[in-house]
Design a protein around this ligand. Sequence first.
Ligand code: G4P
Length: 526
Amino acid sequence: MSFPQETARRRTFAIISHPDAGKTTITEKLLLFGGAIQLAGTVKGRKSARHATSDWMEMEKQRGISVTSSVMQFPYRDRIVNLLDTPGHEDFSEDTYRTLTAVDSALMVIDAAKGVEERTIKLMEVCRLRDTPIMTFVNKLDREGRDPIELLDEVEGVLKIQCAPVTWPIGMGKRFRGVYHMARDAVHMYSPTHGGKILRGEVIQGLDNPRLDEVLGSQAQDLREELELVQGASHAFDLDAYLAGTQTPVFFGSAINNFGVQELLDDFVEYAPAPQPRAARSRVVEASETAFSGFVFKIQANMDPNHRDRIAFLRICSGTFTKGAKLRHVRLGRDVKIPDALTFMASDREHVETAYPGDIIGLHNHGTIRIGDTFTEGEALNFSGIPNFAPELFRRAQLRDPLKMKQLAKGLQELCEEGATQLYRPLTNNDLILGAVGVLQFDVVAERLRTEYKVDCRFENVNVQTARWVSSNDPKRFEEFKDKAASNLAIDHGGDLVYIAPTRVNLQMAMERWPEVEFHSTREHG
Ligand code: G4P
């Protein structure tokens, strides 16, 4: 297959939803229908297999949250689907944010009983920044939920996006009988199946088909009337509006019963966008360009506790990656040979031979790669829009065994490279201060330090309320600033200078006193 064909058949996306709407279940079923797993349950099964080796995962399980994110690739029909998992808990929203910069479209999952929830609203805001095309799956129709028309109204009203129902549910809860596919004019009958069986229920062609009255009884006529209303009141699917991010096609189903997911997947691979152009600081890079380029959107330490590896996840924006390629690490201005990159086939990691735009490859990171780093064949590109937010919460790492200082510093350094937390080392003392956007992250880091680095530490309060990255175009004044404000300055894990303020007033005063110094609340990586 040629390079343009390989590029055109890629579909790279992520699922956005509020916790519990069914993201994990749908992921599992997509893999099932994609033939990537034999038995649904593998995603969760894999999680529990990991529990045996990592207490961090155990904590994840106990708290009912998912904090890891992974990449899964599977073929479906003649397409190659790359599904990027996003952590659901809000303390990890930065990670999710960055993952959404690496996709070409998103799938929004909504619980039919709950409608639009708070986390979904936030994630939609993120998608809107880049006009990411969104498909919607309304899940759990096997349970009593809200009226579908009302649900679509809520999506339109709250999320400010047009809804175009592609399938329409026939009843719900105990009376759930299937979905009607608008464009194909076909009813797909529901037959509940749990687990890994793929059961193709009856498909009845044509809304006027008498067979419909036979199997649905009075619900057939109800359906016809309801559809008339729906078709009159809602929008028809418009591919351009979907691709522009102003309209979302909506599907209904019950993921746990393997129902409605295949209809979704069929249309997804058909209509979802192929790899899109990406904005770099100097220019826009088209996926069709043959010179390789890509950016790192995520770093994860110790994915496999047996290998103690750190993986940088790189999204390919243009060109082909071939094993053994020499790439320019733009921020360092250095050419590096990549002898073995990883690809993520469902749950296995395999070595990449060739990868195309839209694909995610995993690079082994020995501490030199940062989130936001760009790799090219030589051009000095910098893909923009991957910020690191200034944390809101700060704690000092307190060791139980003072002799483990070296391991602690190493562990914190490596875990902070993942980007969810920031490490600060003050210039004037030996503290190790961790900054995070959510309080749960301290527990996660403490737990991972214990299991992955064998360091027992607690995080205690520290007199820091806010932090800003600092820079200046006036070298002389900057030196004076560094000297005078030394007790408030720290170096972060990326080697950048940060002002750490005990109070917001203190920060305000510093900003007024040093107008030549810029205080940044986000750091554009790279
Ligand atoms: P998440 O990743 O978005 O957090 O959601 P997840 O898939 O873990 O699903 C959350 C709960 O909703 C799970 O139940 C799951 O079984 C259930 N669920 C998912 N899809 C459907 C559906 O189509 N219908 C119904 N009725 N339930 C669904 P749980 O009891 O929390 O977990 P589990 O013990 O089933 O794993």
